[in-house]
Design a protein around this ligand. Structure first.
Ligand code: UDP
Length: 312
């Protein structure tokens, strides 16, 4: 297939480029590089790969045939989307509309990167796909949550009205190499802080929970969903749940760090608990995560260590 990957120079997008190329597809990566980086795709030598710098909220311009669009362009870290709320809303709304227009024009399929944020601060635990969520539309996270909820709605409308072969993955917290050192999320923050001997910043009392999926597991779930006939949203994530405080202790242990843990204010609307119900992905995709947290964190530590070396 010839696959367009929006956000192809981002954390997840660049791993999808690798996977699709390894499966023998041609890949056109599109990114405006506001949170993505050319470093994430610099290793790719394949003649089957090309990169276009475009802001997909303004339009997506691709010559020739397209078989599938993996739509991953968006700021995704709370710190990023707090700084870029309008770009986040635009890419979720206009960017998704443009991606669907491209799919329609080319007769291509489309997979939307949605998020566990559509469940907001959930009242149902673990979160299954039938849960409609508890989102504050006008709070600081609303720009991302509502953009993705709109994106899901317009994807379903194009599927129903135009018969486009669409898929929706709801991605839970994911970590691994190529996360930005300073994207503000828990894994890069704690790992960088531990490696640099700074205090680990736990927000609130650290009792809120998250469940962390290694990026190659996530990409495998996405690839299987792309190849499936499933059109309704599907959770992909690792159900192994930690409190934030437990996770800080794990990072300290794995880095053999002496860094203290300090407590800082909990950001507004920070979800109190999050854990995917993956029974649908197990049933429909034959997928479940394989990489244990210690193994995944070890690979992530190697990556961050090499990025933190002076002059690297
Ligand atoms: N968090 C924290 N310290 C940090 C960064 C994040 O305690 O330095 C907490 C944050 O409050 C949230 C969880 O870790 O409860 C995950 O935050 P992240 O920004 O990774 O993404 P989220 O899951 O909230 O979208």
């Amino acid at each position: 297939m010839r696959i367009v990957i929006t956000g192809g120079a981002g954390f997840v997008g660049s791993h999808l480029c690798d996977r699709c190329l390894a499966e023998g597809h041609e890949v056109v990566a599109v990114d405006n590089l506001i949170t993505g980086s050319p470093d994430n795709i610099a290793h790719i030598q394949s003649p089957q790969f090309s990169f276009r710098r475009q802001n997909i909220s303004e339009g997506i311009f691709i010559d020739g045939p397209v078989d599938f669009i993996l739509h991953f362009a968006s700021p995704a870290s709370p710190v990023d989307y707090l700084e870029l709320p309008i770009q986040t809303l635009k890419v979720g709304a206009m960017g998704t509309h443009n991606a669907l227009g491209l799919a329609r024009a080319k007769g291509a399929g489309l997979l939307l990167a949605s998020t566990s944020e559509v469940y907001g601060d959930p009242h149902v635990h673990p979160q299954h796909e039938e849960y409609w969520g508890n989102v504050n539309p006008i709070g600081p996270r609303g720009c991302y949550d509502e953009a993705k909820r709109f994106a899901e709605a317009i994807v379903m409308a194009y599927h129903r009205m135009h018969g486009i072969d669409t898929k929706i993955v709801r991605i839970f917290n994911t970590y691994g190499p190529r996360m930005r050192l300073r994207d503000g999320r828990i894994v890069p923050n704690f790992v960088r802080q531990a490696l640099e001997g700074e205090a680990l910043t736990v927000y609130g009392d650290g009792s809120q929970t998250r469940s962390f999926c290694f990026v190659t597991d996530l990409v495998d779930g996405i690839y299987r969903l792309m190849m499936s006939d499933e059109h309704l949203p599907t959770n992909v994530g690792n159900p192994l749940e930690f409190t934030v405080l437990e996770f800080a202790e794990l990072v300290r242990k794995m880095t053999q760090s002496e860094s203290p843990i300090i407590f800082q204010p909990l950001p507004q609307d920070d979800p109190k608990q999050r854990k995917p119900d993956i029974s649908k992905a197990q049933r429909v995709l034959g997928w479940e995560p394989k990489v244990g947290i210690e193994e995944g964190l070890a690979q992530t530590l190697d990556y961050f260590s090499s990025r933190l070396k002076p002059n690297s």
